[in-house]
Design a protein around this ligand. Structure first.
Ligand code: PHE
Length: 368
């Protein structure tokens, strides 16, 4: 439509207004048909570009009166904005459509999952010993202890000598040991399956400077005759704290906190003298039987107390073997039978269930 020369100037405002409205309608109907972004951008150029029809129309504004400018100016701006808005919307719409199409094309058929449902439900869980070990690790980590690990195959030095149990010491007989047939091995270097996790304590001591505190959980091996309460492979969690002026009350505090967290209630404890070559004094720590509340039952063998952990103040010779000066530092150590704790917590009457591999037993402990 030619508007320029034919119409008198007084009518220019009206004509421009109509023209702009017409152009906008035309743009609207065209843009709705477009299917790709390049076409949308081209259309935008046709209207708003340097030589675009809206731009061209607006050039006549120069010839309009001030009054006309006041009306046409804002209107033209709003039409330009509307065009730009529609262009943006259309671009987004097309992009979304393209993504949807791509997704549709690459769609994965996951309906087969239904047929896997059965096997998903049958996935394994953690062993009750592992569960209780993780729980105790968390308790000690929250009290500032490190968690250390060590080898199952040990040498005589780490398993016995560094723990104040020399070759001729009768205490060696307390731990029935699996020895390896080492040929021509120097004294202290014979190999064995570790009989307790105190070996990790020896390694931990010699690689740290006091003060420190850590626990050492793991499997241990003894040549036991198996019965309801003895296994050849079982689990211990030992720990120690070394620093200045550590006392038996510190030991009792940590042990009580540990038992309270495990059994989720306050437990009463008592110390009895106990002999272990690597502690002096040494104790057996008993807790009041939670089954009968101290009255006496089959679990506590009618005594009202259950023996839970051996412990004591670390022997000066053991500190020396760990490169620690016993004149300056001292500490406590303790050992915990994890299998025994699992049995107490779940009321298991025979330790042999734990490693039977019998799914009827292990599947009762879900960890997920
Ligand atoms: N290592 C000892 C054992 O296996 C347990 C223990 C650890 C005792 C620490 C006292 C202190 O029998």
């Amino acid at each position: 439509m030619k508007i320029c020369h034919l119409e008198p100037l007084a009518k220019l405002g009206m004509i421009m207004k109509e023209k702009l409205e017409e152009l906008y309608k035309e743009f609207e109907s065209q843009v709705s048909l477009l299917k790709n972004q390049a076409d949308v951008l081209n259309l935008k150029a046709e209207y708003l570009g340097k030589k675009g029809s809206i731009t061209e129309t607006l050039k006549f504004l120069k010839k309009a009166t001030v009054e006309e400018k006041k009306v046409i100016g804002p209107m033209a701006n709003s039409i330009k904005e509307k065009v730009q808005k529609q262009v943006n919307q259309k671009l987004v719409e097309i992009e979304k459509k393209e993504i949807d199409q791509k997704l549709e094309k690459n769609k994965l058929d996951i309906s087969f999952r239904d047929s896997l449902k059965e096997s998903v439900l049958l996935h394994g869980g953690l062993h009750p010993v592992t569960l209780i070990q993780q729980e105790i690790e968390d308790i000690f980590l929250s009290m500032g202890f490190e968690v250390l690990d060590g080898p199952h195959i040990e040498d005589e030095f780490h398993n016995f000598e560094a723990l104040n149990i020399p070759g001729d010491h009768p205490a060696r007989d307390m731990q029935d040991t699996f020895w390896f047939h080492d040929k021509e091995t120097p004294e202290g270097k014979r190999h064995l399956l570790r009989t307790h996790t105190s070996t990790i304590q020896v390694r931990g001591m010699s690689t740290r400077k006091p003060p420190f505190r850590f626990i050492a959980p793991g499997k241990v091996f003894r040549c036991e005759r198996t019965d309801a309460s003895h296994e050849m492979v079982f689990h211990q969690l030992e720990g120690m704290m070394v620093g200045k002026d550590i006392s038996v009350s510190n030991l009792i505090y940590f042990m009580k906190t540990l038992l309270r967290e495990i059994f989720r209630k306050d437990v009463e404890v008592r110390l009895r003298p106990g002999f272990f070559p690597f502690v002096e004094p040494g104790f057996e720590l008993d807790m009041k039987c939670l089954i009968c509340n101290g009255k006496g039952c089959s679990v506590c063998k009618q005594t009202g107390w259950v023996e839970v952990l051996p412990c004591g103040m670390i022997h000066p010779n053991v500190l020396k073997a760990g490169n620690i000066d016993p004149e300056e530092h001292n500490g406590f150590a303790f050992g915990l039978g994890l299998d025994r704790l699992v049995m107490m917590r779940y009321g298991i009457e025979d330790i042999r269930h734990l490693h039977s591999g019998d799914l009827r037993f292990t599947s009762q402990f879900k960890s997920y």
